[in-house]
Write a protein that binds this ligand. Structure first.
Ligand code: GLA
Length: 436
């Protein structure tokens, strides 16, 4: 376990006191799930096609304090959202799309005062556990708390929340579940319960990462490895993890992925491109995922793709290469090269995957020019939220104020809506999700 500046004693005390008040139990009985947010320096938008991605967690994320209920009841309050989520773990959970509304427009089975939308992730966790044949008897009494202002920022807050609930229900029911199973359970929450056609990047990063390493996941074979950066840099004699900081630069554009059709549309375009390439090479029997298309087949038949599909496929194949090159750069401690690949990945997201919005593209362009920045790209899906950059630790403050100044000039209204005008956050890498 490496450096962890989160959670602080005061955060833990706050959460434990809150759960003790809600449950009438002793604060010492309260367990806390630490579920970090993730960044993906290389490997954007290729997880859903079975590509290979790279990721790491940051020292910001979700905390879920809880005690096991004495029975099947779930009672959850949130530090960010109003209301209380209440249900029983033995209720059958239906995918969100299949939920029928009652006469007053509430989903059937929801209790009075329930705020349904943020309760989806706790229900989704039960859906995934039930669907996988687990016997969940005990509910939880819990309080969930996310890093201020970082929800809907492209840092995988939804996967961090889903993983947090899974770990809490498993802990309350004495279930031992390995990370590979939890990766699949979180996939069930997102793909089957919520209907987002995303890949397994987010939860893999959250469940597998280790401080000092780049997590590499092959989303087709599900094989993963942790690539450790060299401990010492021969020239300046300091550990590589002390050489860089992670900058999060916020655009102020917020919209949940599940309500943005752009994400699922692009997944469908990638599949359409795969279908054309597989047909052209006589492999139409294979699943239409770009990872089922060999790169020489792509080179030979890419002229058959219509212009939009050609761009999506070009992003997939070029991004896979950047990930592989990036793993080498990371393993040899070459942050300059690693950073160049990140910025090239960002450019491909703009030009080929076409997933940015104007403010995010402006942020990207500012970041790549900021002092000490090795490389930058959109974080997460890229339609909203933030950009992520790797920056020389000695220049992090200077870069942050450069970005803040330029972005505030270009987008004064959006900038004023961000975390009380704090456009840039400086973070460190972190570890995987755990119960403490
Ligand atoms: C979102 C999705 C992930 C991944 C990224 C883009 O975070 O949840 O599965 O596709 O976008 O890389």
């Amino acid at each position: 376990m490496g450096e962890m500046s989160r959670p602080s004693e005061s955060e833990l005390n706050f959460i434990k006191t809150k759960v003790a008040e809600m449950s009438g139990r002793d604060a010492k009985e309260v367990r806390v799930v630490v579920s970090p947010y993730r960044i993906c320096p290389l490997g954007a938008h290729i997880d859903h096609q079975g590509g290979t991605v790279s990721a790491m967690t940051i020292n910001k994320g979700i905390l879920l304090g809880f005690v096991p209920s004495n029975d099947s009841k779930v009672v959850i309050q949130s530090g960010q959202f109003k209301g209380e989520v209440r249900f029983c773990v033995d209720e059958i959970q239906l995918p969100k799309n299949a939920i029928k509304l009652n006469n007053s427009g509430q989903p059937n089975g929801s209790g009075p005062g329930e705020v349904y939308s943020w309760g989806n992730y706790a229900r989704g966790a039960i859906f995934a556990l039930q669907k996988s044949g687990n016997h969940i008897k005990k509910g939880i009494i819990g309080f969930i708390y996310g890093a201020e202002g970082l929800d809907s920022s492209g840092l995988s807050s939804s996967a961090a929340v889903g993983v947090a609930y899974l770990l809490a229900f498993e802990s309350s029911n004495n279930l031992i579940v390995d990370p590979a199973e939890n990766i699949e359970y979180d996939r069930l929450i997102e793909n089957e319960y919520l209907g987002l056609k995303n890949g397994i990047l987010d939860q893999s990063a959250i469940l597998l990462s280790s401080y000092g390493c780049l997590t590499c996941m092959n989303c087709k074979t599900k094989e993963h490895k942790l690539v450790r950066a060299p401990e010492m840099n021969s020239q300046c004699n300091i550990g590589i993890n002390k050489k860089f900081k992670i900058l999060l630069a916020f655009s102020g554009v917020k919209q949940a992925l599940t309500t943005n059709p752009g994400y699922n549309r692009r997944v469908a375009e990638c599949q359409e491109a795969a279908r054309t390439l597989l047909q052209a090479s006589g492999n139409e029997g294979l699943e239409p995922h770009l990872s089922n298309v060999e790169s020489d087949v792509y080179e030979q038949h890419k002229c058959k793709l219509d212009p939009i599909l050609a761009k999506r496929a070009e992003h997939y194949f070029s991004e896979n290469k950047r990930v592989l090159n990036g793993l080498d750069s990371w393993a040899s401690g070459n942050l300059e090269e690693f950073g160049k690949l990140i910025s090239a990945s960002g450019l491909s997201s703009i030009q080929n995957y076409e997933c940015g919005s104007e403010p995010l593209i402006q942020l990207y362009e500012i970041l790549v020019k900021a002092p000490g920045v090795y490389g930058a790209r959109f974080s997460g899906a890229g339609f909203r939220g933030c950009c992520v950059a790797f920056v020389d630790a000695n220049h992090a403050l200077e870069a942050a104020s450069f970005v803040e100044k330029k972005y505030t000039t270009l987008q004064p209204k959006l900038a004023s809506q961000i975390n009380e005008g704090k456009v840039v956050l400086i973070c460190d890498a972190s570890d995987c999700a755990r119960v403490i």
